[in-house]
Design a protein around this ligand. Structure first.
Ligand code: GTP
Ligand code: SPV
Ligand code: MN
Length: 608
């Protein structure tokens, strides 16, 4: 076998790493091995190769410098939740929300699949860190992949390359992440632009939490393939966090600064494609208010020396939903991807730029759609896939917060839960206590979206927006959340709120304008934290008192505002029944404190 290194020798003397690479090379039999150094030259070279290969189209450098479009295989467009496995020692540890498989049996299956899987391809070795390298909570992973597309995305999304190996040293530990698109090439067989395993039943996204390690086979897309993100920073990290007493959450982190200069850091957990990127970098419509962004998808949180909860964003880029992103809805995301960005499954315009639905600019008269087919506005098909994404460096965000890479993190004042709820759930409600807040998170629900394969628009429970990402028993995860109240003084814990930007009226129209106007809700939340904001107590939580929400300059009817903050007892009693049925699935793992919360809610709803 030909061993091609950018350096003569492997750029590490870490014996565990060298042994694992040896093992992987023997198993996967790649034609070449490349140790990624993370340099700009390497990035440019790989992008050029991807262009030559047909995976990438270079966008017009005058319009979008150093940026590329990729089109995936039509079957490989989103996370595959039903092919995602947690291989804890026992099914009970994985709990009812995870696909469990016996670790030994699964290893044998995977060894069979990975045998010879990189034939005809290059094996790339990607050293990466989730979290700033100088942070004590950073975790080092090594991703082995046969996809150059994965390498260039990982360079944007993580701290990647030589510095990570230096930090790892000879003795350091890392999380092995083995990835293959699952498409070996026979000698002479021509390659395709997006190799992958087209049979959905042969895709495997597998986690071994006890090792820990990750094996991913058959997909090149997003969370299936960029293993630092959902696999490491959420599924594996959630298991580690529980053992070590911290939290790994599917949350954005933002800083809200008032016109007086008061800062509040806020985390928000919304399910996939439910508004994290948008809220994280929003342009407030309230004059004088400012939002700066620390992160848009993942928060690692721990109690700091002062007893407050501190959050770190372990990523360095945004892997954001393109459709719906416009100058009006999210100008700072638009600015973040003006250069040095990768676009996947959007449309290509005749002038060499990208376009997607609700981009806020007129559709081009013709384009090439995400499947590579000619497209016109009247053809009846979408030009971009609903889960089309941009990969953009976080440092390009015009409102990136000065502390976004602070290794100590930022102190959190409030935690928000949310989702797409057309009815029942008011615009905003404040929890009565930490336990009530945990109840809100645990019972959160949302309509499904295009971020995962399967039908969109179905209401499902998605506790803490972690249903696809919690690596262990969900009931034990609830208990872990509750336990944070024992780790510090209650008064130092963040206040908890539930928000819903997606409530609809009888005609099926959004009642709330959303986006930059969500700053009005954030303002009320900060007023509650500071002790000023007026609220009325309802059975489900504290909602804004009439006139407490700042709607200056907003065209909204009093009736719509009233409906947005209304609490319908009948519907809520049904909601409570639904939560009870969901809770029953956790059996003895459901913490008693949450059962009590549910009973207290029912009592309050029943009271006149
Ligand atoms: P993931 O990256 O999948 O985790 O998604 P996300 O939570 O970051 O969602 P994102 O901000 O990308 O928003 C997803 C979709 O929701 C986009 O099409 C947005 O236009 C839409 N959206 C975001 N915020 C709002 C809002 O306040 N109101 C309405 N109506 N839609 C919104
Ligand atoms: C999500 O689905 O929540 C995402 C996109 O953030 S992916 O990286 O594909 O998981
Ligand atoms: Mn996400």
């Amino acid at each position: 076998m030909l061993m091609e290194h950018t350096m003569n020798m492997p750029p590490t003397c870490n014996t565990a790493l060298l042994a694992w690479i040896d093992e992987a090379v023997t198993l996967c039999t790649p034609d070449r091995v490349h140790w990624c150094d993370g340099s700009d030259a390497e990035y440019q070279r790989l992008c050029d190769e991807l262009v030559a290969h047909g995976t990438f189209t270079r966008l017009d450098p005058a319009r979008r410098p150093n940026s590329f479009l990729a089109r995936s295989h039509a079957s490989d467009v989103a996370r595959v939740e039903d092919r995602t496995f947690m291989c804890a020692q026992s099914r009970a540890e994985a709990g009812p929300t995870n696909n469990w498989a016996d670790p030994r049996e699964m290893k044998a299956t995977l060894r069979g699949l990975f045998k010879g899987c990189m034939r005809g391809r290059t094996m790339y070795i990607i050293p990466f860190s989730m979290g700033p390298l100088d942070s004590p909570i950073a975790k080092i992973g090594i991703e082995i992949t046969d996809s150059a597309y994965v390498v260039v995305n990982m360079r944007i999304m993580t701290c990647m390359g030589r510095a990570v190996l230096d930090k790892l040293g000879a003795q350091g530990t890392f999380i092995p992440c083995l990835h293959s698109v699952g498409a070996p090439l026979q000698p002479g067989q021509p390659d395709v632009p997006w190799p992958c395993e087209p049979d959905p039943q042969k895709k495997y996204i597998v986690h071994f939490p006890d090792e820990p390690s990750i094996w991913s086979y058959g997909s090149g897309y997003g969370g299936n393939a960029l293993l630092g993100k959902k696999c490491l920073a959420l599924r594996i990290a959630s298991v580690v966090a529980r053992k070590e007493g911290w939290m790994a959450e599917h949350m954005l982190i933002l800083c809200l600064t008032s016109p007086q200069g008061t800062k509040h850091y806020i985390c928000a957990a919304f399910p996939s494609a439910c508004g994290k990127t948008n809220l994280a970098m929003m342009q407030p419509t309230l004059p004088g208010w400012k939002v700066t962004c620390i992160g848009d998808d993942i928060a690692w949180m721990r109690i700091g020396a002062d007893g407050r909860l501190y959050a770190v964003n372990p990523e360095t880029g945004f892997f954001g939903v393109a459709p719906g992103t416009s100058q009006q809805s999210n100008p700072h995301a638009m600015a973040s991807c003006t250069r040095n960005s990768i676009f996947t499954n959007v449309a290509l315009t005749p002038d060499g730029d990208v376009w997607w639905e609700d981009m806020g600019v007129p559709a081009p008269a013709s384009a090439i759609d995400w499947e590579g087919k000619p497209w016109t506005p009247d053809c009846g098909r979408k030009a971009a896939h609903p889960n089309a994404r941009f990969t953009a460096p976080a440092k390009q965000c015009p409102v990136i917060d000065p502390d976004w890479q602070n290794p100590a993190g930022v102190p959190i004042s409030a935690i928000l839960f949310g989702g797409r709820r057309p009815g029942t759930i008011p615009l905003v409600a404040e929890a009565f206590s930490w336990e009530h807040g945990v109840f809100m998170g645990s019972s959160a629900g949302s309509e499904t979206t295009a971020a995962a394969l399967g039908q969109a628009g179905i209401l499902r429970r998605d506790p803490f927006a972690m249903l696809p990402f919690c690596g262990y028993h969900m009931g034990d995860y609830f208990a872990h959340w509750l336990s944070m109240a024992q780790r510090t003084e209650r008064a130092k814990l963040p206040r908890v709120f539930f928000v819903n930007w997606f409530r609809k009226n009888a005609e099926g129209k959004w009642l709330w304008p959303g986006y930059g106007d969500n700053s009005r809700v954030l303002k009320w939340i900060c007023e509650r934290v500071d002790g000023g904001g007026k609220a009325v107590t309802t059975p489900i939580g504290n909602v804004p008192a009439p006139n407490a929400l700042d709607v200056t300059g907003l065209q909204i009817s009093a009736a719509a505002l009233q409906e947005l903050c209304s609490v319908d007892r009948e519907r809520w009693l049904k909601e409570a029944d639904d939560i009870a049925a969901y809770y029953a699935t956790f059996d003895t793992h459901l913490p008693a404190a949450l059962r009590t919360q549910l009973e207290d809610l029912r009592t309050r709803l029943a009271a006149k």
